[in-house]
Design a protein around this ligand. Structure first.
Ligand SMILES: Nc1ncnc2c1ncn2[C@@H]1O[C@H](COP(=O)(O)OP(=O)(O)OP(=O)(O)O)[C@@H](O)[C@H]1O
Ligand SMILES: [Mg+2]
Length: 278
């Protein structure tokens, strides 16, 4: 039994011995089943860090994101966000958290309302908060993600996947969140727009005042934006540390496996450089 993780003022998110079990009752021709999506997970995300969560499909990444965003509740353990234990908070108590926490998902087409104009999509979370100066802020964040005023009256289907993800990011940062959760935010993009969106997130994380929790099944993507990483396997954290440490000296065989599976551009470049050395 590990000792409890005590949240410190410098922590954005603390998970203390968190489990999430999905139970399915027996039905005709179906035995009851139980999935331990998260199994005694403890981790601490320091404020303003860029924290990567990596693991293969089904390892529990989205389950973890949903618990942090209070879209779901743990079966056991406690979740603390911005110093507040949210584990058992009623919906009314979660409202301030919902304002401070924004999400970006894998599929921007699914998360952007196709009938709404871009200007309204980006303004929506600001209106929801009763913010003033909405128009100015919408233009400002669109400029930050590299889109001009011409996009305001257009619709999501008029944009490429990469542009749509920029719009999702503009919408997410518009209310100045303290935590930005990105779940496989670049996985559906082609290589060049993926690079551009990663560059954008990297720049925003450096200039804006939020903690980034960045989920990906791909370690090479995590490496581009994150300073810390936790490796999830079958609902358990098998390794955590700075990205540099975990890359240079992976401790767990599963991390080594994930690294070996990465078709890294970095490694390709390193090999090319070695070949060209005199
Ligand atoms: N609502 C649910 N009901 C039942 N089982 C669930 C539910 N949500 C997740 N699971 C199960 O929990 C496990 C973890 O799922 P989760 O979606 O968190 O994985 P993931 O790491 O995000 O995977 P992916 O990379 O495919 O998105 C899986 O076995 C999944 O089938
Ligand atoms: Mg997922």
């Amino acid at each position: 039994m590990s000792s409890p993780v005590v949240p410190a003022p410098g922590d954005a998110v603390v998970l203390d011995d968190v489990s999430r079990v999905f139970r399915r009752r027996a039905a005709p021709f179906r035995a009851p089943s139980e999935t331990r999506a998260l199994d005694h997970v403890s981790l601490t995300v320091p404020r303003r860090s860029r924290f990567g969560i990596v693991g293969e499909s089904g390892s529990g990444k989205t389950t973890l994101v949903r618990l942090v965003a209070a879209l779901d509740r743990p079966t056991d353990g406690t979740v603390t966000v911005d110093g507040t234990d949210i584990t058992a908070l009623p919906e009314s108590g979660l409202r301030p958290l919902r304002r401070r926490l924004q999400l970006v998902f894998q599929d921007p087409m699914g998360s952007l309302d196709p009938r709404m104009r871009i200007g309204d999509i980006v303004a929506e979370p600001l209106h929801a908060q009763g913010a003033s100066g909405v128009d100015g802020r919408v233009r400002e964040v669109l400029a930050e993600v590299g889109l001009d005023d011409g996009v305001l009256r257009r619709y999501p289907h008029q944009f490429s996947g990469g542009q749509r993800q920029r719009i999702s990011i503009a919408r997410a940062i518009a209310p100045r969140p303290s935590i930005l959760l990105a779940d496989e935010a670049v996985s559906a993009l082609d290589v060049s727009s993926r690079g551009q969106v990663l560059e954008l997130l990297d720049r925003l994380a450096a200039t804006e005042d939020f903690t980034l929790i960045f989920v990906s099944h791909d370690l090479s993507v995590i490496r581009r934006v994150c300073d810390r990483v936790a490796v999830l396997r079958q609902g358990q954290v098998v390794e955590t540390g700075t990205t540099a440490q975990v890359y240079a000296d992976p401790q767990h065989p599963y991390t080594r496996e994930l690294l070996a599976a990465v078709p890294t551009l970095d490694r390709g470049l390193a090999a090319a450089r070695r070949r060209h050395q005199p």
